[in-house]
Design a protein around this ligand. Structure first.
Ligand code: HAM
Length: 425
């Protein structure tokens, strides 16, 4: 409960300048957004923005009826026109809907899109797990070339490295196709059946409803049993096998150390072939920094032409938590160039004119409103990390000058007021 009448909805958070927890600090968010947009520029991805809500059916169809997200976590509501809508729990479905709706698909070739999206999931809040979170993500549509699988994985890592995340593990797997999965699921169920009584209620429910997700357990007993279970990679069809080998080859060529994890299954039904996740040892229980994979049937499932695709999403809150844990020295933006300090009415008038001239010339300049003492204004100038304090008293106004104080070395000189903009440009 907050101190005042209304408090933050459970599982959400505010992002504001200078917050102690880095995942709440808007200044650090802006730094990451700039890095992200630059990485997207370097890799040739363009931004797509889609609505925060879509028809409920789109998510059911894409993510899958048997998944936790669809069954337990969606913010679904009926609008005043009686439509069932859902706040997007993830980004892929909406991007693909837009790819078809806007006829982007008709341009042919490979379409490479990126986004910065809020997502909404009714999950149990925990460190690094919010009910509204932001992902930086991409979707690359129109090719099954394994080289692009490696490209998106490298792109993710390029972002983490530039942001300063130095510790992570990369896990990759192939989750095959509907056909190979059907054969695998049958074998997995046959293997598990004799042990089913030792499984948790959740494990039993997954056995019935979504058997692949049994592999995603954290239950020690279940893990011990599953250690001897057949592996999905043993059931891949030839084309899936060679695709996966090629992806691993490209990753090795790029000098990445990755781990093939045959138990990696992600919480969406749309994945085919490559699936991957980047995990951080600095995040505690919610250790997934980001994840993604290929979805070669999804565009078709949504009514479009057969179009292979691949993408990923990375949790921005989690990147910031990891960076704070790692004690990374983030490159924060500098303070203003100038901070105008005035004493007396005519100096204030001259100071405000100077402030607006500086800003018109594109120079970041600040002033403190409220008529506090010169000492208090100088303290604010210092706190703002301004390079120069521009000090104006009655004497300076009379002489047409400004005292320019260098805040780094504390030197000070009188400069004609008309020369200030030129000096600071
Ligand atoms: P996801 O694995 O569900 O994938 O989410 C991607 C990342 O978002 C996670 O690895 C995690 O860092 C972050 N994340 C997820 N849920 C939360 C939460 N409740 N609180 C904080 N962070 C969270 C997807 O959503 C797929 N759409 C990714 C994708 C794109 N696959 C193909 N294209």
């Amino acid at each position: 409960m907050g101190k005042f009448k209304y408090s933050l909805p459970r599982g959400t958070h505010d992002i504001y300048p200078g917050a102690d927890g880095w995942e709440h600090d808007s200044i650090r968010w802006n730094v990451l957004e700039e890095i992200w947009r630059d990485v997207c520029r370097i890799y040739g991805y363009h931004e797509i923005r889609t609505p925060m809500f879509e028809s409920t059916d789109l998510f059911k169809r894409s993510i899958g009826d048997g998944t936790d997200i669809v069954n337990k976590e969606m913010y679904t509501f009926e609008d005043l026109g009686g439509r069932s809508l859902t706040l997007r729990p993830e980004g892929t479905a909406g991007v693909l809907r837009a790819y078809l709706d806007t006829s982007l698909y008709a341009r042919g070739g490979v379409t490479k899109l990126y986004y910065i999206n809020e997502h909404f999931r009714y999950e149990r809040p925990a460190a690094g797990r919010y009910r509204q979170h932001v992902q930086f993500g991409v979707e690359a549509l129109g090719t099954d070339d394994p080289a692009i699988d490696a490209e998106v994985i490298q792109m993710m890592l390029a972002f983490y490295r530039r942001a300063g995340v130095t510790r992570f593990t990369i896990k990759v797997n192939s989750v095959g196709s509907t056909e190979s999965r059907a054969a695998y699921v049958a074998a997995l169920k046959e293997f598990v059946a004799p042990y089913l009584s030792e499984f948790s209620e959740e494990g039993k429910a997954r056995f019935e409803g979504n058997p692949l997700r049994m592999l995603d357990t954290k239950n020690e007993r279940e893990l011990a049993i599953l250690a001897n279970a057949p592996k999905l990679t043993e059931y891949l069809l030839d084309d899936e096998r060679s695709h996966f080998d090629a992806v691993c080859g490209y990753l090795a060529d790029a000098g990445l150390s990755y781990e093939v994890d045959p138990y990696l299954v992600r919480g969406f039904d749309y994945y085919t072939k490559t699936a991957f996740e980047v995990q951080s040892p600095d995040l505690g229980a919610q250790n997934a920094l980001g994840g993604g994979g290929r979805y070669n049937k999804l565009v078709e499932d949504l009514g479009g032409p057969p179009t292979p695709g691949i993408g990923f999403g990375m949790g921005v809150e989690r990147v910031l938590i990891a960076l704070q844990q790692l004690g990374v020295d983030m490159p924060l933006p500098p303070g203003p160039t100038a901070f105008v300090v005035t004493l007396g009415d005519s100096a204030k008038k001259a100071g405000i004119k100077l402030l607006s001239d500086l800003r018109a010339a594109g120079i970041a300049a600040e002033i403190e409103y409220g008529g506090r003492s010169m000492k208090a204004q100088m303290r604010s100038a210092n706190d703002s990390k301004a390079k120069y304090a521009l000090i104006l008293g009655e004497d300076e106004v009379a002489a047409g000058t400004v005292q320019v104080k260098n805040m780094v070395d504390s030197t000070q000189e009188a400069v004609a007021i008309g020369e200030i903009v030129g000096r600071l440009s």
